[in-house]
Design a protein around this ligand. Structure first.
Ligand code: NA7
Length: 867
């Protein structure tokens, strides 16, 4: 196979790696009729399953699902012997696949890629290998795995030890006989937890050095799950389809039970069932909110700790084995066979490195802050430079001689976890920004390989030869990946998902947590939209449909999906009474919002009769008067009441430290324009006049509102200015209605599908004001005199029909000399910010609003914002 370096071999494609991903990629490229060379540094196929030969190494996804599905005959012929297969069995499986499809003839083994350089004029990759060969190819595909680059040992003195040294990730092929030896294992991730019980069987003494206690549940290994086998035999295609469109790559009925609201009995029942089942996606699916809500997560974590305490006899050891520094699931949980039980053996000891850190490895063993240990062998189960390690180490240089490592110095950036700008025709399978390690890898690998193969086929058919993401497409995807992570608890942990296990590695959440199903849909949408966010070129032609494939906040998208399944009638098709009932019904099970110190209801005189109000006093603040915020609810002047915006008012109160007075006003069509606006002004006047008795600071008064409530708040500010009082410190207008012109572009772009529709807005106006009145500044404050108004905070949402008029009001206020803070709720809809604790991604925007409210009152006692 070797050729003199002066005559580079030419291929259409080079694939690096012959593990699960590389083998299937090779298969698909050959199927396309491309010439392909696969380069594999190991002596055989298998990837992860070639290297990780430590005792106890097994998959942690059930074998019924941890397999290729592209070859139906193989599926029928191959039978896994266990629920979780051992490394040798999985390696046998991959060898069989390679042989069955004659893949070995295109694989060069023991060939490590030393560099790859994009040759711009030739539009080809120039690849060199450890044997000095140069290979040239059009398409360069990294199938190098997510956990393939072992973390180098950063422990002081690691090279000094004179006994045997083993790495779980590079276990000797001939095995290691530890019989009668004094063995140390450093690391209690999956590799440590799987190997420790088996090493304990051989060692005369086993000392486990634990830096972080890890969550693990019993695998209950044995025969493959009868239930899954039955489902497969009944409808294999249906089962595989369900896996491809599932959250994690295994068919799972996602629960809608919330941990925080479930009864103790339901909690226990669900936990015990998951514990008995022994599957990762089961224990991660006890409650719908366990990945996002600390209180729900604590319920699961607490139950696992109970189990650990019930297994481990020595209470001190049990306590040290109980994880308590991260939320359950935020570091990869483990499946074990007798792990915790191992610590009941007399010759096994746990050393808690939090209590006595390792000072150094010595010639004879390990020295901690408290003790010196002598060992015959040290086993490092210290993990990997995950997800980016193997890619960066492969010395890839793209356009303008820019190395990938430099581009990713502050964290990886990819489009769809498949490609990255500046590196044309470089495909990365299961790279950062794709579900990969958070999913069943077998399903994710097949999806990535199929996407790449489909892309190359499409390019060939259209006559394109290069493909590269655009900067916009890629930055949009990076943002989406981080948005998805930000609403979960995952970024809080020092995990390898965050790069936190490797000293100096940037702290960025690496995989895509939005789900295999959502991810597959995004990849498909990109193709359907003409390779959105990619630039393609070929002889005499180029194509670029630039754009961002997912701009909406992921939890907002989930809310919209859920609403769509309810099949509710459009509000604008209902009577006002029915619309009010519908609004009340949809609010029934929503989260209540944060606790505040005190909530009292009362009545104030309005412009034409009493107006109910609800007052929220902040908790935990020093006694004494606080600034006041008069708040008006949304609902198009037709809907809404004190209850409808209760969670938002609690949130505003908690974040701002102000007393919030939410006031009802007369609604249309019973009381049409200008009743609501006049009530609002009357309410502001009354609250200002009664500031002291409401617990407020006289002269420190802001007005606020959402939607139509923001409309009347803005009008009240204009009326107060004209009337010479009361003095208003600031106006907070959240997604305000400020004009009756429904032709701005946002009414077109966001006119349908985002809860508030253009049709509904029209319905609201029809109920509220005659066409002749709609230009009156009391209805459309944008058309009024804006000079001398109080400082404003205007919040607009990207997917709101009202977005553009909010921006227009901000600009107009600024032009009139009014200080304005325009806050953009990126990726949000009109109702997002009111959905407290439901649309979690709204929290940072509400935090910003809280800051602005506090800034309206510079003389008030400064208060800590709620987190
Ligand atoms: P992991 O899960 O990264 O576990 C590595 C373990 O080694 C973990 O307990 C680490 O503690 C520990 N570690 C790492 N560096 C040190 C040092 N310097 N001193 C002491 N302890 C250390 O790797 P695995 O190989 O077990 O599993 C990887 C994945 O493979 C697994 O998630 C499955 O998906 C399959 P830390 O938690 O960082 O404090």
């Amino acid at each position: 196979m070797n050729k003199p370096p002066s005559v580079p071999e030419q291929f259409d494609a080079v694939v690096v790696g012959a593990g699960f991903a590389g083998l299937y990629m090779l298969y698909r490229l050959r199927e396309l009729g491309l010439s392909v060379r696969a380069l594999e540094s190991a002596g055989d196929v298998g990837g992860t399953w070639y290297w990780n030969r430590y005792p106890g190494a097994r998959c942690d996804i059930p074998t019924t699902d941890y397999a290729y599905t592209f070859d139906p005959d193989l599926e029928k012929e191959w039978t896994w012997s266990e629920k979780y297969a051992t490394q040798p069995e999985i390696l046998d499986y991959l060898r069989l696949v390679a042989d069955r499809h004659g893949l070995r003839s295109d694989i060069e083994f023991s060939a490590t890629v030393t560099s790859a350089r994009w040759d711009e004029p030739e539009e080809r990759w120039a690849i060199t290998t450890s044997s000095g060969n140069e290979i040239r190819c059009r398409y360069y595909i990294m199938a190098t795995g997510c956990l393939s680059m072992p973390k180098s040992s950063e422990i002081e003195g690691a090279g000094r030890f004179r006994g045997q040294v083993y790495f779980t990730s590079r276990w000797p092929h001939e095995g290691a006989d530890l019989t009668g030896q004094r063995v140390a294992v450093i690391g209690t991730g999956s590799s440590g937890i799987q190997s420790i019980p088996l090493i304990a069987r051989q060692a005369s003494q086993l000392t486990v050095f634990q830096r972080t206690a890890n969550f693990s549940i019993p695998a209950h290994n044995g025969a493959p799950s009868a239930d899954r086998l039955e489902q497969l035999s009944e409808d294999r295609d249906g089962y595989r389809h369900a896996a491809r469109w599932s959250r994690g790559g295994i068919p799972t009925d996602l629960t809608d039970i919330f941990g925080v609201t479930a009864s103790e009995e339901v909690r226990r029942e669900r936990f015990e069932a998951a514990w008995a089942q022994g599957e990762l996606f089961g224990i991660l699916n006890i409650f719908a909110d366990q990945g996002v809500n600390p209180a729900s997560n604590d319920i699961v974590a607490g139950m696992i700790r109970e189990k650990i305490r019930s297994i481990v006899q020595d209470p001190v050891t049990a306590e040290a084995l109980c994880p308590n520094d991260h939320y359950f699931g935020t570091k990869r949980p483990c499946l074990d066979t007798g792990y915790f039980e191992t610590f009941n053996l007399p010759h096994v000891r746990l050393v808690d490195l939090r209590a006595q850190p390792i000072v150094s490895i010595t010639e004879d063993g390990i020295e901690t802050a408290d003790e010196s240990f002598g060992f015959d062998a040290i086993v490092y189960a210290t993990g990997f430079d995950a997800m980016t390690g193997a890619l960066v180490a492969a010395d890839i240089t793209g356009r303008d001689d820019a190395p990938l490592g430099e581009k990713w110095a502050a964290g990886p950036s990819t489009y769809l976890g498949l490609m990255t700008t500046g590196f044309p025709n470089l495909f990365m399978l299961t790279a950062p920004g794709s579900p990969s390690v958070l999913s069943n890898m077998a399903v994710s690998i097949e999806q990535h390989v199929d996407w790449v193969a489909g892309c190359l086929r499409d390019m060939r058919e259209a006559g394109f030869e290069t493909i590269e993401p655009t900067a916009l497409g890629e930055s949009g995807w990076d943002q989406h990946v981080q948005d998805c992570a930000a609403i979960t608890l995952y970024p809080t942990a020092n995990s390898w998902y965050m790069g936190a296990n490797v000293p100096g590695k940037p702290r960025v959440f690496l995989p895509y947590i939005g789900g295999v199903d959502a991810y597959r849909k995004a990849c498909d949408d990109v193709v359907e939209q003409g390779y959105l966010g990619f630039r393609l070129t070929g002889p005499g032609q180029a194509q670029c449909h630039d754009g961002v494939v997912r701009r909406m906040q992921p939890d907002v998208a989930l809310v919209l999906e859920l609403l769509a399944t309810l099949g509710l009638p459009p509000m604008d098709s209902l009577s006002a009474a029915d619309a009010r009932s519908l609004m009340a019904a949809t609010a029934v099970n929503r989260p209540p919002g944060p606790e505040v110190g005190e909530v009292t209801d009362g009545v104030i005189p309005g412009a034409a009769g009493d107006l109910p109000y609800r007052l929220y006093r902040p908790a935990g603040l020093p006694e004494g008067p606080r600034p006041l915020v008069v708040y008006f609810h949304g609902g198009g002047w037709v809907l809404g009441n004190l209850d409808s915006d209760d969670p938002l008012c609690r949130d505003l109160c908690a974040r701002s430290g102000a007393v919030v007075v939410s006031v009802n006003y007369r609604h249309a069509p019973e009381d049409r324009f200008p009743a609501a606006a006049l009530d609002a002004f009357a309410a502001v006047q009354w609250v200002a006049a009664h500031a002291t008795e409401l617990g407020g600071i006289p002269g420190q008064l802001a007005v606020a509102g959402w939607s139509a409530g923001a409309n009347i708040a803005a009008v009240a500010c204009q009326l107060a200015r004209d009337a010479g009082g009361p003095q208003i410190s600031g106006q907070l207008l959240i997604c305000p209605v400020v004009d009756s012109d429904l032709t701005r572009p946002s009414y077109e772009e966001n006119g349908d599908g985002y809860i508030l529709t253009t049709a509904l807005m029209r319905w609201f106006w029809d109920h509220y004001a005659d066409p002749a009145d709609r230009g009156d500044p009391l209805a459309a404050p944008l058309r009024g005199n804006l000079a001398g108004l109080p400082p404003a905070c205007i919040v607009t949402a990207d997917f709101d029909p009202l977005r553009d008029e909010g921006v227009a009001y901000a600009r107009a206020l600024e032009a009139a000399g009014v200080p304005v803070r325009l806050t953009r709720a990126r990726g949000h809809i009109h109702t997002s910010l009111t959905m407290v604790d439901l649309v979690i991604s709204g929290a940072p925007v509400r935090a910003e609003i809280g800051d602005t409210l506090r800034a309206f009152f510079p003389n008030a006692v400064p208060q800590e914002p709620v987190s």
